[in-house]
Design a protein around this ligand. Structure first.
Ligand SMILES: *Cc1c(COP(=O)(O)O)cnc(C)c1O
Length: 459
């Protein structure tokens, strides 16, 4: 690339003048200037000035095999030379999406054997929403079309993704959501558990909110429930163990489909290929994207269970839906190679039996005792740190969200990229992190917490 011909100040000036950013206050960006990441290797990212950061977010929850994988670049180049693009509409196909579909069917839970491709998690959720409604229409129940989701869910940023999601700020700018989607409480024990209630009881109560919504509408009006196994962008909210089996029991009882959004949790993050396995449930659809290619190419795969897929085949008729880049040959070639790397290096197993437990212990023993920390939690290599003013009372700093941003800024200065959502710090590193890197990350988090505490208590 030729960015070396530009100074950082020039790049920032051009960026502010011409580039509108996602989830960004354009006015603030213009004042502050963007952080320009220029290259990356292994677990590290580097800005244009060569400053090195450990990437605690794997890009945006996606670079599971880490940076600098020449194999992925090579397979993409080879595929581009052979066949850069052909569509998969109108009974056409190309080899790589075919072979990737077979691979995904092997990796997915046994009752899932079909795949619908897109280029992003948002697109895949659009497909999922349309597909479950189409399913019920084919089954002769077109009025069974309501979808139940949760407050603070994140299902992407298209109109359907935003409507399915439960982010109040996003809804406020939507100007009319996709009709017939309702939101129930999230299984967030840290803030919503009642005094005296156990985690187990709280999980059952949060699941009961799903049943209440089904009963309120009438089961013959409810198509599906959608949820992230662990709410990601909403703050790595890990439900109690009782939650998912109970949600599944309720869905089965009322013949409501179960849609899992595994855009973050898919492909090893929790120490299983899919968090459906982690939580012991059998969803009808699994939305996947991000780590499917480790972010090296944009690609999503909606994994479709036999129940829905069989109806599509048996009843026939065209599903009027698809994207120009559904089954893109280059993206699918990269995904195949990425999955091969994950398997060859045993990354899923490593998260499950080594780095995941080590990460949990490090958070618990080193981070949790800090005076600013209300709670730590993690599954696999996905973790959260709650920032509080008062440990015992769980009182937060005001204004809301300011404390976590202070911690984040100190973490970045200390050489660790992490994210703040509300007053929760989030980590979702590449699955190549070793114990040594986890130790190094904890050193940097502690430094950031100390510096942030000095700032926050002074203010
Ligand atoms: C990121 C994300 C999406 C949206 O994926 P995009 O590729 O950004 O469209 C959907 N669901 C979840 C759970 C996500 O984390």
């Amino acid at each position: 690339m030729t960015y070396q011909n530009y100074s950082l100040a020039q790049l920032q000036q051009i960026d502010a003048a011409h580039h509108l950013h996602p989830f960004t206050d354009s006015k603030e960006l213009r004042e502050a200037g963007s952080r320009v990441i220029a290259h990356a290797q292994g677990p590290y990212i580097y800005d244009t000035e060569g400053f090195e950061l450990l990437d605690g977010m794997a890009g945006l929850w996606c670079v599971n095999v880490g940076y600098g994988r020449d194999e992925l670049a090579e397979v993409a180049a080879q595929q581009m030379k052979e066949l850069p693009y052909y569509n998969s509409f109108f009974k056409c196909s190309t080899p790589t999406p075919i072979l990737l579909a077979k691979k995904l069917a092997e990796l997915a839970p046994r009752h899932i054997n079909q795949v619908f491709y897109g280029s992003s998690g948002s697109e895949a959720n659009d497909t999922a929403l349309r597909l479950v409604r189409h399913y019920w229409a084919l089954e002769g129940k077109p009025e069974k079309n309501r979808i139940i989701s949760r407050t603070m869910a994140y299902h992407g940023s298209t109109v359907a993704g935003t409507s399915l999601g439960g982010m109040a700020g996003m809804h406020s700018q939507l100007g009319g959501a996709v009709p017939n989607i309702v939101h129930v409480m999230m299984p967030y024990a840290y803030e919503l558990k009642l005094p005296g209630e156990s985690d187990h009881e709280f999980g059952l109560r949060a699941a009961k909110a799903v049943e209440d919504a089904i009963l309120e509408a009438g089961a013959d009006k409810v198509a599906a429930f959608i949820g992230e196994p662990i709410m990601g962008a909403g703050g790595v909210k890990i439900p109690p163990e009782s939650y998912w089996p109970e949600v599944q029991r309720i869905c089965r009882k009322h013949d409501v489909l179960l849609m899992l959004d595994e855009v973050i949790t898919g492909y090893g993050r929790t120490g299983e290929w899919f968090a459906a396995t982690t939580f012991g449930i059998e969803p009808d659809t699994i939305t996947t994207a991000k780590a499917l290619t480790s972010g090296y190419q944009p690609l999503s795969a909606l994994l479709v269970g036999d129940r829905i897929a069989n109806t599509l085949v048996e009843k026939g008729g065209e599903f009027y839906h698809g994207y120009t880049y559904s089954g893109h040959p280059v993206a699918c070639a990269v995904a195949l190679k990425n999955l091969e790397i994950i398997e060859r290096e045993g990354l899923v197993e490593r998260v499950k039996s080594d780095t995941g437990p080590y990460f949990a212990k490090a958070l618990r023993e080193r981070i949790a005792p800090h005076p600013l920390v209300g709670e730590v939690r993690s599954v696999g290599l996905m973790g959260a740190i709650e920032i509080v003013k008062e440990k015992a009372t769980r009182e937060r700093f005001s204004p809301e969200g300011s404390a976590a941003v202070t911690v984040r800024d100190h973490a970045i200065a200390a050489g660790l990229m992490m994210r703040a959502t509300g007053d929760t710090m989030i980590l979702s590193p590449p699955l190549i992190w070793t114990r040594e890197i986890i130790d190094m990350a904890c050193d940097r988090i502690l430094k950031a917490l100390d510096l942030a505490e000095a700032d926050l208590r002074k203010a």
